[in-house]
Design a protein around this ligand. Structure first.
Ligand SMILES: [Zn+2]
Length: 333
């Protein structure tokens, strides 16, 4: 019964999407665009020029992102992170704060020129993975391995089998748990080991747009733009809610120092990797010196926390804007 109700609600939402797309084709925008009020933070990750669903569902095409900016400019009011926290909002519009997570080199190449062209502010949340001697995040490496790795493999004496699907992925034949889920709660060492052990299987150069991380010089270039705020995103992109709090605190401090050394500017915002946190991690983040803390959903209320909404790569621009107004994501394709 629950499954039937879920299928029904998905199809009803899809019909609603088609309805709004049809109106948009006729040049009619929903009245909600201009009548929406309040404030939202929207989170993007990677921007690329083709094949944005090649490895995961967190990339968008540059031209789609540009359409978002055009619509924001026309219907909403875009504010910086500081303005968001100080509630310097327009009362006659929906206020939008744009975030980018994960520190991809493509954000400098494909995002910054558009922010400057449209004169819109955005914040970039970056890890310290470059200081750790890597140019790729562990989860992006796993995304590549999922695509290019063999049908079966052994990692740390555990056998894994590849399961096909929209995004292929490895599952332990012993525990039934995915390799991503197996590694997620752990520290960085097993993740680095995965990268060392399987690097030779992955065609890095031809896939660079989907994983290459910003260098410290590039972070500095980004930070120099008047439209940009730089924030922290953990040291190794570990899930800070799952590792020991003392380690999480070290990672937050290390990332803050790395970004401040790279840019010569104070970094006071932190976006939790994967959006996850605990009350103890919030306290540790404040001790380290962060005053703007950004999860996905808010599970432990605190005055420093602000909720964020992820952009969905499967819906049209019209429906994305409606989802932002209605605070929806819709995980299905
Ligand atoms: Zn992230």
């Amino acid at each position: 019964m629950v499954a039937v109700r879920r299928t029904f609600s998905i199809w009803r939402r899809k019909a609603e999407y088609v309805y709004h797309d049809t109106l948009a084709l006729a040049g009619i925008h929903p009245r909600l665009f201009s009548s929406a009020r309040g404030a939202r933070i929207v989170v993007y990750h990677g921007i690329c020029q083709r094949d944005h669903l090649r490895f995961n569902n967190i990339f968008l095409l540059q031209k789609t992102f540009e359409s978002h900016l055009r619509f924001y400019k026309e219907h909403f009011n875009v504010v910086s992170l500081d303005d968001y926290y100080q509630q310097r909002f327009r009362e006659d519009r929906l206020n939008i704060c744009i975030h980018f997570d994960d520190g991809y080199a493509g954000q400098l190449r494909y995002v910054l020129p558009l922010l400057e062209q449209y004169e819109l502010p955005a914040s970039f949340f970056i890890t310290a993975i470059r200081e750790a001697g890597h140019n790729i995040l562990w989860n992006d490496f796993l995304g590549l391995l999922n695509r290019y790795g063999p049908p079966a493999m052994v990692f740390r004496q555990e056998p894994f089998q590849k399961q096909q699907g929209l995004f292929p992925h490895y599952v332990s034949t012993r525990t039934g748990l995915g390799l991503r889920e197996t590694l997620m709660p752990q520290g960085f060492e097993p993740k680095a080991e995965l990268i060392r052990e399987f690097s030779r299987l992955v065609p890095f150069r031809e896939t660079e747009d989907y994983w290459l991380q910003l260098t410290p010089d590039e972070i500095n270039t980004l930070a120099a733009s008047p439209w940009v705020t730089i924030g922290a995103h953990g040291y190794y992109h570990n899930d800070l809610s799952k590792i020991p709090v003392a380690d999480a605190e070290q990672e937050m401090l290390g990332c803050k120092r790395f970004l401040e050394n790279s840019t010569g500017r104070e970094v006071k915002a932190l976006a939790f990797p994967y959006g996850n946190y605990t009350a103890a991690v919030v306290e540790a983040a404040k001790r380290v010196g962060f005053s703007q803390l950004l999860p996905l959903g808010i599970t432990h209320p605190d005055p420093t926390l602000r909720e964020r909404l992820i952009i969905n790569p499967y819906v049209s621009v019209t429906n994305q804007l409606l989802n932002i107004i209605k605070k929806r994501y819709d995980p299905w394709r």
